[in-house]
Design a protein around this ligand. Structure first.
Ligand SMILES: [Zn+2]
Length: 80
């Protein structure tokens, strides 16, 4: 999905991020087996994923329309 980030002006493909943190996952695995397992499953499920800007990992962006992307490819800037 092509996006334009409203925080850092990044234009391009959005990346898929995982919710939660790796550290928390490992900590849970070390202390308690079951919550760790559920946490891992949750992070791997589609619910645990979201799209974000690869540059600032922000989620405040809008998706680009096909026409806008073509314009960007051609001119190197977005139509205003
Ligand atoms: Zn950004």
């Amino acid at each position: 999905m092509k996006i334009v980030c409203s925080d850092c002006r990044y234009v391009g493909e959005a990346v898929e991020m995982k919710k939660g943190s790796r550290k928390k996952e490992i900590a849970l695995w070390c202390c308690l087996f079951l919550p760790g397992l559920f946490y891992t499953l949750w992070r791997q499920s589609t619910d645990g994923k979201y799209l974000a800007c690869p540059q600032c990992t922000g989620t405040r962006f809008r998706t680009l329309k096909r026409r806008e992307w073509k314009e960007f490819e051609r001119k190197g800037s977005l139509p205003t």
